[in-house]
Design a protein around this ligand. Sequence first.
Ligand code: CMP
Length: 147
Amino acid sequence: NKEKTLAIIKPDGLLGNHTDDIKKAILEYGFSILKEKTIQLDEDAVTRFYAEHSSKNFFSSLMKYMTSGPVVVMILEKENAIADWRALMGPTDASKAKSTHPHSIRAMCGLDIQRNCVHGSDSLTSAQREMSFFFRELSAVKLEDTW
Ligand code: CMP
């Protein structure tokens, strides 16, 4: 019973040249990358994508971070993809991931609670919303298409 989830390599992941290592870990963990593209998010896209965080105190900082450079968005598929991708990413706070989840992606390339390198959908409902957000109604500027 295969499941799909949305993964994002965030701007710090691309700027730090972690894309190839992250994709290697994804494939080694048994995911298929069904779709992939590199895009630059604008403020409108971030506001809509992170709508649930729009009233948080870190939102303006999150906006700056997520618009600071291109991101890679991917649809991953495997059995139990949503939970397994979150397990492979490790905890949100990348600074803690280094001691508690040393083999996770966030331990490998994340910096702190904001610059945590990758994103993954947290439920079936958000996976569906996030996959169609990036692969159907897309409003962000498309830089490159690799699928
Ligand atoms: P993500 O899992 O993509 O969901 C929301 C993002 O906001 C999160 O990863 C971090 O990049 C960022 N974030 C979450 N909590 C905080 C926080 N307390 N301070 C700053 N950024 C945060």
